[in-house]
Design a binder for this molecule. Structure first.
Ligand code: ZN
Ligand code: ZN
Length: 356
């Protein structure tokens, strides 16, 4: 935590800001270790304060030894508390999270703190969170481990007549019983539903010959995992096998190119070109992948417009897909961590076409 706070101090100086007000739960956790909601941080060169209410005081004091915990009663005192601290430390400029604040909140803040000039610093946090440290990587590994266990459990439940919702419920129950939560709503898409990249699980019952796409992730200690596998109940057609092989090959080509110094959109292009060369360019509409961590979608992305250069410690998904509307779709998603000389694949579930 200390190195994150020092990095923030450098950023404040660089941006000519006197202090930062951090309200977004994930950023609060990143900088303080506090795991619940209803709290904000005020961080300046000579102070670190966590403001919450009495429901969370004790927990905050235990979790955040680097912060002074201030307990307020209701939102009205929060405004005056910030005003008091700003006056005490002579702050003129305050960094806020503009992509998170509502217009309502901002209007109130302008009225309450007319002496403060507020500026957005969302991209500062975004950049800081791009490189995962050892502690974060360990949490991501725990999340991935639970995700894989839950996936194998879900797969063992699949048989003719079970519904998509049965399968997604099994995943929720499995993950939550073991102390995780869902990093995002699980996707279980069978048969023709699998042509919708983000289909919602339904009452549809699994039939022989169905492709079943499961896109899932557990969240452990705040950190997300993300994995997609597509498998078949029974026997796939020749066309299903062909599409599966193209998606897998495009992923393997993209993975081969991943190393520090590579530009994100080049990795996307390698997978996209391969799919296009095989005649399915119009059937892969989304980006190849995204970073993840405290949020399921972070920067940078393996997308056509992302020019970020890969650096060790970045964690991204690699998830090409081909979707044939009304018929079926295939997506295969691994996550990788960029290392000094290449990458480590964090996903261990086999990728050969799985027949149940
Ligand atoms: Zn996913
Ligand atoms: Zn993903």
């Amino acid at each position: 935590m200390t190195h994150r706070l020092s990095a923030l101090m450098e950023q404040l100086q660089e941006q000519h800001l006197d202090a930062a007000l951090v309200q977004r739960e994930e950023n609060v956790r990143y900088l303080s270790g506090y795991t619940a909601g209803e709290a904000c941080l005020l961080i300046g060169p000579d102070m670190r304060v966590l403001i919450t209410d009495s429901r969370y005081t004790e927990m905050a004091e235990q979790q955040c030894p680097l912060f002074d915990v201030i307990t307020v009663t209701g939102a009205i005192t929060l405004w005056s508390e910030v005003e008091r601290l700003a006056a005490q430390h002579d702050w003129r400029t305050l960094g806020i999270e503009t992509t998170y604040c509502t217009v309502d909140w901002y209007e109130k803040a302008v009225q309450a703190w007319p002496f403060l000039q507020m500026r957005g610093m969302d991209t500062v946090y975004e950049k800081m969170r791009m490189i995962k440290d050892a502690e974060e990587l360990a949490a991501i590994r725990r999340a991935q481990d639970l995700t894989e266990q839950a996936f194998y459990h879900a797969q063992s439940c699949v048989r003719q007549g079970i519904s998509e919702l049965d399968i997604s419920s099994e995943i929720s129950y499995y993950v939550q019983k073991r102390g995780g939560t869902l990093a995002f709503d699980t996707i279980v898409a069978s048969g023709p539903h699998s042509s919708m990249p983000h289909a919602q699980p339904s009452m549809r019952k699994i039939q022989p010959g169905d492709f079943i796409t499961i896109d899932m992730g557990a969240r452990v200690d705040g950190y997300c995992a993300d994995m997609t596998r597509t498998f078949v109940l029974g026997k796939p057609t020749k066309e299903m096998e062909k599409i599966y092989a193209i998606v897998l090959q495009s992923q393997l080509h993209a993975l081969d190119s991943i190393r520090p110094g590579m530009v994100c959109n080049e990795v996307d292009r390698i997978a996209r070109d391969y799919i296009a060369q095989n005649g399915y360019g119009d059937c892969f509409g989304h980006s190849l992948g995204h970073s993840f961590g405290l949020f399921i979608h972070e920067e940078p992305r393996f997308g056509p417009s992302c020019t970020q250069v890969l650096q060790p410690g970045m964690c991204l998904s690699v998830e090409p897909g081909i979707y044939l509307p009304g018929r079926f779709g295939v997506r295969i998603e691994d996550t990788v961590c960029i290392t000094a000389d290449g990458y480590e694949n964090l996903t261990h579930v086999p990728k050969e076409i799985i027949l149940l």
